[in-house]
Design a protein around this ligand. Structure first.
Ligand SMILES: NC(=O)c1ccc[n+]([C@@H]2O[C@H](COP(=O)([O-])OP(=O)(O)OC[C@H]3O[C@@H](n4cnc5c(N)ncnc54)[C@H](O)[C@@H]3O)[C@@H](O)[C@H]2O)c1
Length: 374
C-alpha cells in the first residue's frame, strides 16, 4: 500500500508570493508571521511578526511557541528559508496545546505523538532546497545532545505552500549551492530508498533531472530565472517525495553532524554525499549485485547526467565532480574533531533517516565515509 500526503494546496510560479495576503485571509484573521531576517512581509496583516535566523534549536522553538501562546493566532505564516518554515510548523502544532517540544521530539525526546490538529500554516520558502513547505516534520537542534532530531506528524503539513522562484533570486552563491545540494540529496535518497513508492518515484526522478541540469548553472548565474525555477521545483518535489518515502544515510550523517557543527545543513549533506553514495553502491554490488537497489542508482545516474547509458559509478563520479565544482568544504574544515567520529557514527546509525538507506552500512563503512569526506 502507498499513501501520499502533502500540503493542502500548492501554489507554484514566478510572482505567486504576491497572493500570500489573500491566501492567508481565507484561513484566519489573527496572523502570526514567522519570518527570516530579510523576508519582506510588510504587506501581511499580522498581530505579531517574529523574526528568526539560524537553524532552530529547542530554545528557539520554546521562545516562538511562547509568543504564539501569548498572541493566540488562528493562522501562522512561515516566510523564509527551511529553518523559518520549520519553526513556523513547530509553533503551529505546539502552541494550541500545553506540551513542550522535548515531549514530542524523536530519538532524543520522549517521542510522544503530536496532536492530530494544528493551526494552519502558509509556508513561503525563500530558498530552494529543503522542501519543508510540504513535509510533515521539522528538524530541531538539541545542543546539549549534539544532534538534530525531528518533530513529526501529519498535523505539521502546511495548509498552503506558496513556491515563488523569484524569492530565491537574492540567495548568494554559497547558500544557493548548499540548499540546492540538499534538494538534490533528498531526491536521490527518496529515489533509492526501498520505501520509494509509485507516487514518489516520478517526483524524485524529475527532481534529479532538474537539479542535475541546473544546480551548477544557478550557482554561477544566480539571475537565471529558468534555472532558479528548476531548483525551486526540485526542492518542492524532494519534499513531496521524502515526506512519503524515506531518506537515507546522507541525512542520517547530517543529523549526527548538524547538531555538532555550526555548518548549514545543505553543506553538511554535500560534504558526505559522494562518499556515502560510493559506499552504498559498493555495498549493494557486494551484497545484491543484480537487485533493484543498484538498478535504482543506474537510473539515478541517467537522470543526473542526462546520458542514456550512465551507470551507478557514473553517478558517484558526477556527484564528486559537483561537490568539487561547488567548492563544498570538507568535514575537517567544517570543524569536526577526529575524536568525535565514533560518536558521529553511532548517532548516524541511530538516526531515523538511516533506516531508509538502501543497504545496511556497518560502523566501519560509515567511519570510512566520514574519513573520505574530510
Ligand atoms: N522540514 C524538512 O523537511 C526539512 C528538510 C530539509 C532540511 N530542513 C532544515 O532546513 C534548514 C535549512 O534550511 P535552508 O537551507 O533553507 O537555510 P536556512 O533557512 O537555515 O537559511 C540560511 C540563511 O539564508 C538566509 N536566507 C534565506 N532566504 C534568503 C534569500 N532569499 N536571500 C538571501 N538570504 C536568504 C537566511 O536568513 C539564513 O541566514 C535546516 O535546519 C534543515 O535541517 C528541513
Amino acid at each position: 500500500m502507498s499513501t501520499f500526503s502533502t500540503a493542502g494546496r500548492v501554489v507554484l510560479g514566478a510572482g505567486v508570493s504576491e497572493q500570500v495576503a489573500d491566501l492567508v485571509a481565507g484561513l484566519g484573521r489573527r496572523v502570526l508571521v514567522v519570518a527570516g531576517r530579510s523576508a519582506d512581509v510588510a504587506g501581511l496583516p499580522a498581530v505579531a511578526v517574529h523574526r528568526h535566523r539560524g537553524e532552530p534549536d529547542v530554545d528557539a522553538v520554546r521562545a516562538a511557541v511562547a509568543i504564539a501562546r501569548d498572541v493566540r493566532p488562528d493562522v501562522v505564516v512561515g516566510w523564509g528559508g527551511g529553518s523559518v518554515l520549520d519553526l513556523a510548523k513547530c509553533v503551529a502544532v505546539l502552541a494550541p496545546g500545553g506540551t513542550d517540544v522535548l515531549d514530542h521530539l524523536e530519538v532524543v525526546g520522549r517521542g510522544l505523538p503530536l496532536p492530530d490538529a494544528a493551526l494552519p500554516v502558509v509556508a513561503v520558502p525563500s530558498t530552494a532546497g529543503t522542501g519543508a513547505e510540504v513535509t510533515a516534520n521539522a528538524p530541531v537542534r538539541v545542543p546539549d545532545r549534539g544532534v538534530k532530531a525531528s518533530l513529526r506528524g501529519r498535523a505539521m503539513l502546511p495548509a498552503v505552500a506558496v513556491v515563488d522562484p523569484l524569492l530565491t533570486l537574492g540567495c548568494p552563491p554559497d547558500l544557493t549551492a548548499a540548499s540546492g545540494a540538499d534538494a538534490l540529496t533528498q531526491c536521490l535518497e527518496a529515489y533509492t530508498t526501498p520505501q520509494a513508492t509509485p507516487l514518489t518515484d516520478p517526483l524524485a526522478r524529475d527532481g534529479l533531472v532538474r537539479a542535475g541540469r541546473s544546480l551548477r548553472r544557478v550557482v554561477e548565474h544566480g539571475d537565471d530565472v529558468g534555472a532558479r525555477t528548476d531548483l525551486s521545483v526540485a526542492a518542492l518535489q524532494s519534499g513531496m517525495a521524502l515526506a512519503n518515502a524515506r531518506l537515507g544515510a546522507v541525512h542520517g550523517l547530517a543529523a549526527a553532524l548538524g547538531g555538532r557543527l555550526g555548518a548549514p545543513h545543505g553543506q553538511v549533506c554535500a560534504a558526505v554525499l559522494a562518499a556515502t553514495t560510493a559506499a552504498n553502491v559498493a555495498a549493494l554490488r557486494r551484497t545484491d549485485p543484480h537487485g533493484p537497489g543498484l538498478a535504482r542508482y543506474d537510473d539515478a545516474a541517467v537522470a543526473l547526467t542526462g546520458l542514456p547509458g550512465a551507470r551507478a559509478d557514473d553517478a558517484v563520479a558526477w556527484l564528486a565532480d559537483l561537490v568539487a565544482a561547488l567548492a563544498v568544504p570538507g568535514l575537517g574544515t567544517l570543524g569536526l574533531a577526529r575524536d568525535d567520529v565514533p560518536d558521529v557514527v553511532a548517532d548516524a546509525l541511530a538516526a531515523s533517516s538511516t533506516r531508509g538507506n538502501p543497504v545496511t552500512l556497518t560502523p566501519a563503512e560509515l567511519t570510512d565515509v566520514v574519513a573520505a569526506s574530510w
